[in-house]
Design a protein around this ligand. Structure first.
Ligand SMILES: Cc1cc2nc3c(=O)[nH]c(=O)nc-3n(C[C@H](O)[C@H](O)[C@H](O)COP(=O)(O)O)c2cc1C
Length: 168
C-alpha cells in the first residue's frame, strides 16, 4: 500500500482505452468499503463510461478539458443531511474524501490514473444526471489509462512545517 501512496499522482494524459467492468467495479468497491463518521455512508457513486460521460462535458471547466479523453468518471453525490454532525461540523466531505482516496489508490494499483476534480459546474452536473436537489457533488474522479509518460514533481509541505509533537 505504501508504494501506491507514494507513486500515485494526479496525471492528466489519458488515453480513451476501455477499462473492463471488473476493474471499475473493484475501484468503486474500494470506495464503498471506506469508513464514514457513525457509518452513515452519505455518498453515492455515479459511474459514467464513454460515451455517456459526454453529457457532462459542457459542465467541466475549460482548465480541466484534459479530462474529456478519460474512459470513466465517478461522480460523487453526497447527502449532507444524512451525514453525521459533531460539534457543529458536518462530516460528509471527510466521508467523501476517504472514499475518494480509497478509489484513487485502487485505480493506481490497477495501472490506471485517477484524478479528482472540483472544477466543474455542480448545478449543471446535478441537473444532467438527475441527482436529487439535497445532494452535493464535491468531486468527480476521472479515471483512465495513462497515455505516454508524464513527469511531475511531487510538491508537499515538509514534515517540519506540519508535524507538531506533543502540542502545537
Ligand atoms: C478535492 C480535490 C479537487 C481537485 N480539483 C482539481 C481540478 O479541478 N483540476 C485539477 O487539475 N486537479 C484537481 N485536483 C488535483 C490536485 O491538484 C492534486 O491532487 C494536487 O496538486 C496534488 O498532486 P498529486 O495528486 O499528484 O499528488 C483536485 C484534488 C482534490 C483532492
Amino acid at each position: 500500500m505504501l508504494k501506491e501512496i507514494e507513486l500515485r499522482k494526479s496525471y492528466r494524459n489519458f488515453s480513451d482505452k476501455e477499462i473492463v467492468d471488473e476493474i471499475i467495479k473493484d475501484i468503486i468497491e474500494a470506495g464503498r468499503l471506506a469508513p464514514s463518521c457513525f457509518n452513515k455512508q452519505p455518498c453515492h457513486f455515479i459511474l459514467l463510461k464513454k460515451p455517456k460521460n459526454e453529457k457532462i462535458f459542457p459542465f467541466i471547466n475549460k482548465g480541466n478539458s484534459w479530462a474529456k479523453n478519460a474512459y470513466a468518471y465517478v461522480v460523487m453525490a453526497c447527502d449532507p443531511d444524512s451525514a453525521c454532525v459533531v460539534h457543529g461540523m458536518n462530516y460528509f466531505l471527510l466521508d467523501c474524501g476517504l472514499a475518494v482516496e480509497n478509489m484513487l489508490l485502487n485505480a493506481y494499483y490497477h495501472g490506471l490514473i485517477a484524478h479528482s476534480i472540483a472544477g466543474f459546474d455542480e448545478i449543471g452536473v446535478k441537473k444532467s444526471l438527475n441527482i436529487p436537489e439535497n445532494y452535493r457533488v464535491p468531486v468527480i474522479i476521472v479515471i483512465g489509462y495513462p497515455e505516454g509518460k508524464e513527469i511531475r514533481e511531487r510538491e508537499r509541505k515538509s514534515l517540519r512545517e506540519i508535524l507538531h509533537e506533543g502540542e502545537w
